[in-house]
Write a protein that binds this ligand. Structure first.
Ligand SMILES: Nc1ncnc2c1ncn2[C@@H]1O[C@H](COP(=O)(O)OP(=O)(O)OP(=O)(O)O)[C@@H](O)[C@H]1O
Length: 225
């Protein structure tokens, strides 16, 4: 289990996460939702050990960074590295033997091409394949569905459910409620750096309504259409 207690994070004296208290158990899929700039990526970076923070993040089964697969919103690849070489590299990092990259290429990516030349969606799928091959215990997926085609979205949905079945901890962000409904067990609504609401599946609609209602009409009125 991952347990976050009283987490605070500031950038240049500006507090972007305040008093975050959350726990994530194996076999659970958690969605983190919130407007742009609410702090989702910052929270993910803190959990992954990429950001410093105040407070506690404990994992009862060892060191998080050794067992975590983090999928960034926009994965970045070194130049002159093919998709196949990238998969080899991430497997080497975990001392995992990659025997047949062709068979593991579930998104039918052009593995012999340089990864930096891939489209946005292809880059995301390559990075996701990489963390799946690493056999991680924890998956943090920052907008996994964004920029990915419909068929791949269905594959990712199925992958998430498989990870749940395998007792992994999965934490993701998305702005697409229908997808969250299909995959997540819990939703955490982050607003201006604070958890405004945490709900289980039976209450997802209330979060959706609350997010949609937050000032939409007043904003549109300002345009004087
Ligand atoms: N490296 C940084 N330096 C300074 N401020 C940052 C940095 N990264 C993020 N921020 C600020 O922290 C706040 C939270 O950003 P974050 O990227 O975590 O939001 P988010 O919820 O992931 O947004 P989005 O939905 O647009 O991806 C924002 O106000 C952002 O401007």
């Amino acid at each position: 289990m991952i347990k976050i207690d009283s987490l605070y994070k500031s950038y240049d004296n500006k507090e972007v996460l305040q008093n975050i208290n959350l726990s994530f158990k194996p076999g659970e899929i958690h969605g983190v939702v919130g407007e742009n700039g609410a702090g989702k990526t910052t929270l993910f970076r803190c959990i992954s050990g990429m950001n410093s923070f105040k407070g506690k993040i404990n994992y009862n089964k060892g060191v998080i960074k050794n067992v975590i697969g983090f999928l960034p919103t926009n994965p970045y690849f070194l130049s002159k590295i093919t998709g196949k070489e990238y998969l080899q590299l991430v497997c080497n990092a975990r001392k995992i033997k990659l025997t047949d990259s062709k068979e593991k290429n579930i998104f039918d990516l052009p593995l012999n091409k340089y990864a930096e030349t891939y489209s946005t969606g292809m880059k995301k799928k390559l990075a996701l394949t990489g963390i799946l091959l690493q056999n991680n215990a924890i998956f943090i997926l920052d907008e996994p569905f964004n920029g990915v085609d419909v068929h791949s979205n269905i594959v990712i949905n199925q992958v998430l459910l498989k990870l749940k079945e395998l007792n992994k901890i999965v934490i993701l962000s998305s702005h697409i409620f229908s997808t969250l409904h299909e995959t997540c067990d819990y939703l955490h609504y982050l607003k201006e750096g604070r958890i405004k609401k945490s709900v289980d599946k039976t209450d997802f609609d209330s979060v959706e309504q609350e997010m949609k209602a937050s000032g939409i009409e007043a904003r549109i009125d300002r345009l004087n259409l």
